[in-house]
Structure formats: C-alpha cells, structure tokens
Design a protein around this ligand. Structure first.
Ligand code: ADP
Length: 447
C-alpha cells in the first residue's frame, strides 16, 4: 500500500480524497495556489506545497509544479480528483514515468475516451448502444447535410474534445445546419484547441442516466448501478439521484451487464462512468468519464462502498474485494450541488462566509471544504458543497432532504440553496417525472 499520496486538486474533492487516505493509514500532501493558502484541504493535509498563483493554468493545471511537489515530498502516488488534470492522458503518463502511481485508469484509456469520436466508435464495437449519428468526425458541410438527412432533424453538433456542455449546437432543419456547424467548430476550437466535431440525433426528451463501474488490473469489473442526472442547467448537473425513477430492476440489470461486459473486454482499470441518454425505453451512449465523478457519493450511499478507497487500493495493485453478486443496493440517495451563485441569475457570488452550519443526522452527508470565516475565491468552479441524503425509500429520502436543506446555513454569500429548497417541493420532481430539459423550464428559473 502507498505511504503518501499527493492530492492534485482543491475544495471538497481534495478533502474527500484526504479522508479516504487517512482511513487507510496513508499520509497526504495537499497542493495549492496562493489563493488557497487558507483552504481546508491545506489545513487538514499532513503536508502542503504551494504550486503557483491563483489562475488554474499556473497552479492546479501546472503538471511540472505538481510533479515537483510530489518528488520533493516523497509521495508515491497522485490522485487527480475530477476536473483539472484528471482526464489529461499526458499528465497520467508523466506521473507513471516519474515512478509514481496515477490513481485512475491507464493513459491509453484516458486518451481513447477523451476523444468522443473514438469513444463512440469504441463503445459501438464493444456492444454498447449509441445515439444514431456520424460514423466519425464531420469533415465538410456536404457530409453534415448527408448524415443529418439520413438520421432526420433535429440534430446536434458536438465537439470531439467536448466537456462541460461546451461546443454543442442544435440544428432543427437544414437551413440551420451550416450555421450550427460553423458555431460549434468555432466554440470547440476556442474552448479545447481542437475544432473537430461530430453529429448526432438530438433527442427531444431524454433522461441522463449513467452507470458507475470499477475494475481492478486483474480482469475483475463490476457495475455499481445507475445515477439519474437529468436535472441540468446548461448541460451541467444540478441534482443527482439513485436509483432512477425511470428504470425497473430488469432494465437496470440489463444495462449494467452490457456495461460490465464492455468494461471487461476493454481491459479498463479503476473507476469510470458510462453516460447514457435514455428515451422511450432505450439507452444511447454519449460518453465515458475516466475519473471519479462529482456525484459519486450517491452511489456510495446506496451501495455502502467507498469508491475512493477502492480506487486507491486498485492503483496500489490490489484486487477488487467483491464481485458483482456481492453488490447490494439499499434505499435511495439524492445529491444537491450547492453553488456560490445567485439562485435566480446564476451569477457567481464569491466572498467571505460569515456564518456556517451544516445539517447532520442519520443519512445526511455533507461534502464541502467550507468553514465560517473562509473566503470563497473567485478563480475556480462555483460549486462549494454537496448535500447527499439517504433514505430507505425515495419518499423518506425526500422528506430528509427537505429538512436537511432547511437546516443548512451558509451566510455572507448567495448560494443555490433556495433553488434546491424549491425543487424538492415541486410536484413534478416529487413524482420523478422529469427529463433533461425540465429544470430549465422549472417555474421562474431564468436561464
Ligand atoms: P459534455 O462532455 O460536454 O458534458 P455530453 O456528451 O456528456 O457532453 O452531454 C452533456 C449533456 O448534453 C447531456 O447530459 C445532455 O443533457 C445533452 N446532450 C448530449 N447529447 C445529446 C443528444 N444527442 N440529444 C439531446 N441532448 C444531448
């Protein structure tokens, strides 16, 4: 087992990883920008190293500075968390070249799934159902017109290097196609330095349902059920739950088995998520995330497993200590992402926290790096806390979530807590009757 792990991240996920390390008897090294000197992940870690100025490209994305920090402190592994360098194949390869373990999949699998055109082609070959669309990248307008004509409008142009919902454009008819293509390419080029795009059928009322997997280096792979992440704003997840109200046990088992077989065939190792759109009883692959997801606690609450602990043990050469038949799903879990934003305009609201009280009690988990007196810096993602609640049934979970949201106090800045409080009292949400477009239409929500 590792003796010391460097955590190449910040905020709640850095704390989450620190906690798993501590419980395994592993020392931790925090890295931080100058803006994060007072951050909780720095305070709790056994050691910390400042890796640069506030801008992420100079600190949390600075691979050389992070590797130097690992070398100086004598760490034997690096956990990248999510975002930042977590899906950067070159970084994963550099970590391994320096004789350290990268707590995640192989650089080859990260690279393969990071190109969504290759990812889709690979998924299809592995027997995973995909959204109908272009076979590969769209290389000219004529090709776009031909494919769109074959699959039918509306169509969606997506960036091959996509992420965070950027570089996606809908074309509802042929007259909109060329402009959508031009805009998607320009946006993708600017955001990712790669303007390759592909085309797929635009599904009108899907749910976003994803399957969590974990595998060791010895061919043992299991799926840990689904998360329904349909509640989104601008293609960004706002609330996630498991199980999905849209699936029955038979469908759950079927898609889980398809994914498990594919992952085994791929020889994938560590944690990963296969994302699907689900419409009219059918699953359509959209992408694979080769890292720990923000919403992983939802799965931990229903399975009782610690995903980060398993990630670390697998990276250290361990065997998965359970098989598919040992995985049990208990009750229901919901996660609310709480952002430092105005709950109506979604304008970021960084600043000093004047009062802080986190909810507690049975079945309530708060993953956050906040504390009273802490100043939320303006330089990073606005998510400041995840409230995750478990109940024996969806109804019990909702009752508990309502009271936990009402207990939560974050003073001094605007947060999206009021949005969540409203959401959990909304009949359509209570009925589990929603698709990926529902939240944006939700009464009074400005988008
Ligand atoms: P990204 O990597 O940018 O997050 P994804 O492919 O994961 O892109 O898609 C993000 C979200 O965009 C999905 O959860 C869904 O809301 C929407 N989306 C993606 N593909 C389609 C599609 N073919 N039809 C309708 N909506 C889609």
């Amino acid at each position: 087992m590792f003796e010391k792990v460097l955590i190449a991240n910040r905020g709640e996920i850095a704390l989450r990883i620190h906690r798993a390390c501590q419980e395994l008897g592993i020392a931790t090294v925090a890295v931080h920008s100058t803006a994060d000197a007072e951050a909780m992940h720095v305070r709790l870690a056994d050691e910390s190293v400042c890796i640069g100025p506030p801008a992420a490209r100079d600190s949390y994305l600075n691979a050389a500075a992070i590797l130097s920090a690992a070398t100086i402190t004598g760490a034997d592994a690096i956990h990248p968390g999510y975002g930042f360098l977590s899906e950067n194949a070159e970084f994963a390869a550099m970590v391994e070249e320096h004789g350290l373990a990268f707590i995640g999949p192989s650089p080859e699998h990260i690279r393969m799934m990071g190109d969504k055109v290759i990812a889709k082609w690979t998924a299809r070959k592995l027997g995973i159902p995909c959204v109908p669309g272009s076979e590969g990248a769209i290389t000219n307008p004529e090709m776009a017109r031909k494919v769109a004509g074959e699959i039918g409008y509306p169509v969606l142009i997506k960036a091959a290097a996509g992420g965070g919902g950027r570089g996606m454009k809908v074309a509802r008819s042929e007259s909109e196609l060329l402009e959508a293509l031009r805009m998607a390419k320009a946006e993708a080029g600017a955001a990712f330095g790669n303007d390759q795009v592909y085309l797929e059928k635009y599904l009108s009322h899907p749910r976003h349902i994803e399957i969590q997997v974990i595998a060791d280096s010895f061919g043992n792979a299991v799926h840990l059920g689904e998360r329904d992440c349909s509640l989104q704003r601008k293609h960004q997840k706002v609330l996630e739950e498991s199980p999905s109200a849209a699936l029955n046990d038979k469908q759950r088992k079927e898609i889980g088995e398809i994914v498990r077989a594919a992952i085994t065939k791929l020889g994938y190792r560590n944690a990963g998520t296969i994302e699907f759109l689900y419409e009219d009883g059918k699953f359509y692959f959209i992408e694979m995330n080769t890292r720990l997801q923000v919403e992983h606690p939802v799965t931990e609450m229903v399975t009782g497993l610690d995903l980060v602990r398993e990630q670390i043990k697998i990276a250290a050469g361990g065997t998965l200590p359970f098989r598919q038949e040992h995985v049990r799903f208990h009750g229901h879990a919901i996660e609310c992402r709480i952002n430092a934003e105005d709950p109506e305009t979604f304008r970021p609201s960084p600043g000093r926290i004047t009062a802080y009280h986190a909810p507690g009690g049975l079945g309530v988990r708060v993953d956050s790096a906040l504390y009273a007196g802490y100043a939320v810096p303006p330089h990073y993602d606005s998510m400041i806390a995840k409230l995750v609640v478990h109940g024996t049934s969806r109804n019990e979970c909702l009752m508990r979530l309502r009271r936990a949201l009402d207990e939560y106090v974050i003073g001094g800045i605007d947060t999206t807590l009021p949005l969540h409080r409203r959401l959990v009292r909304e009949p359509a949400f209570i009925d589990g009757n929603y698709d990926i477009h529902w939240l944006e239409k939700f009464a009074g929500l400005k988008v």
